[in-house]
Design a protein around this ligand. Structure first.
Ligand code: DWN
Length: 418
């Protein structure tokens, strides 16, 4: 099921301006099994828009969350070592900062396979996960992380509060962008929070997306693309205060938000809001050239791939990532260009990429066949992956990093880079 809206997902006005249309695109995490290859594949328009009234960047299309997340959702956070380290550091900082202990409760919204909550549970801190994807939720439950396999909603927040389950810390990493009922979700965070509690929320930063041309992070799971300005408007509408923001490098550039009932806005937030006003993040003109730059990136990447293909040494890809699906479908990269994709995630191995149907293999395939080049679809983990694949580089392979501008990384640079 799919619907197109011209009303802003945050403030509700109907003045959305189109920034970029990526055309009809398959669902980025709907990898195909062999049996699915012969059937029609859902393809939906993908249109990035800007709301001039509250500054929220968003897509016009809404695909039902059941279709996106409840049918063999293949994303398991624990297959990314860098993400695991990032999450452990954050958890340990929160345990110290909030003096969490056996009397506390940490609730994570979109808790996936328990990758984050396990860090609190190891310290004897009570936790509760909430995630609608049954595969990752089951992995978390089997690891002893209490997990409700359902969507977080305002009603669920009320039920938990009535059961005496209010949170000292609510964690919501890479989920705020995914929820159709954005206002209900934020209202629910307020209901779930202890009066002195804090919500710690990570989401990709739209300023980094635009500045680094990260168009491939646009897909149907990501309904919204947040600026601090748009977030400040959103939380204020629900009696919550955006008190502190940290900028992170993960996922191509993200924000870590600290939100609470009590207003204690830091100088850092004021500075980011001022920077965004100066950059014009709250103006449509800020996004006007983004489509042109994405078009230029598409042309130069295709040109590079055709030139490398003519060498006859073969081209593979690394990372059956959701962003990779957007990239190969928008740029037009198919099995005639890329022989196969490799990925550590065992749930993705043996499947085929959305839209273009390149097969996905274990990473060992790279050394077994030694293609001359490897397009790094999971470019956001480039350092880690090139270190992991040092042997491929030493034996003459080279990575193509597509974003922000397509470039080759061969052995000498990679080792230095690593
Ligand atoms: O918001 C979302 C982000 C956080 O994660 C989700 N809606 C969907 C997903 O997007 P993605 O698939 O683009 O995320 P990743 O984590 O950038 O995908 C990386 C892919 O690369 C995964 O399939 C795992 C794989 N990988 C690997 O094979 N070897 C990752 C690392 C670090 C590795 O060493």
């Amino acid at each position: 099921m799919n619907e197109t809206t011209r009303s802003c997902r945050s403030c509700g006005t109907s003045n959305l301006r189109t920034v970029l249309s990526l055309g009809k695109t398959p669902l980025a995490d709907r990898l195909l099994t062999e049996a699915m290859l012969g059937s029609a594949e859902p393809m939906y328009p993908l249109t990035l828009c800007f709301c001039p009234d509250c500054s929220l960047v968003q897509i016009a299309e809404t695909v039902s969350p059941q279709e996106l997340f409840c049918d063999n959702y293949p994303y398991y956070s624990s297959f990314s070592p860098a993400l695991l380290r990032h999450s452990r550091d954050n958890a340990e900082q929160l345990i110290r900062m909030r003096r969490l202990g056996a009397q506390s409760l940490v609730v994570e919204l979109a808790s996936n396979d328990g990758y984050m909550l396990k860090n609190f549970a190891e310290h004897g801190i009570p936790v509760l996960g909430i995630d609608p994807a049954d595969g990752p939720a089951r992995v978390a439950q089997e690891a002893g992380i209490e997990t409700l396999c359902t969507f977080f909603t305002q009603d669920l927040a009320r039920r938990l509060r009535n059961e005496g389950k209010t949170a000292d810390v609510v964690i919501a990493n890479n989920v705020l962008a995914h929820v159709p009922d954005l206002n209900g979700f934020v209202e629910g965070i307020g209901v779930l929070l202890e009066d002195t509690g804090v919500a710690v929320i990570e989401c990709p930063y739209v300023k980094d997306l635009v500045n680094h041309c990260e168009f491939d992070t646009i897909y149907h799971e990501h309904l919204c693309y947040f600026s601090v300005t748009a977030l400040d408007n959103l939380f204020a509408r629900h009696g919550l205060s955006l008190n502190h923001v940290e900028r992170l490098s993960i996922h191509g550039g993200s924000l870590r938000l600290f939100v609470a009932r009590k207003r204690q806005v830091s100088e850092g937030v004021r500075r980011l809001l001022e920077d965004e006003r100066t950059a014009g993040v709250d103006q449509f003109s800020h996004y006007r050239d983004f489509a042109d730059r994405v078009g230029e990136l598409r042309g130069s990447l295709l040109g590079m791939l055709h030139e490398l293909k003519r060498e006859g040494r073969g081209i593979a890809a690394y990372g059956a990532a959701a962003k990779g699906a957007t990239l190969i479908n928008y740029v037009g990269i198919g099995p005639d260009m890329i022989d196969f994709v490799v990925d550590r995630n065992t749930h993705k191995q043996g499947c085929y990429m959305p839209g273009k149907h390149m097969p996905v293999y274990p990473c060992e395939k790279l050394l077994e066949t030694l293609p001359g080049y490897c397009l790094l679809l999971a470019w956001n983990f480039a350092d880690e992956i090139m270190q992991q694949q040092a042997r491929y580089l030493e034996r003459g392979g080279a990575f193509i990093i597509p974003v922000p501008t397509p470039r080759l990384v061969a052995n000498t640079e990679a080792v230095a880079h690593g």
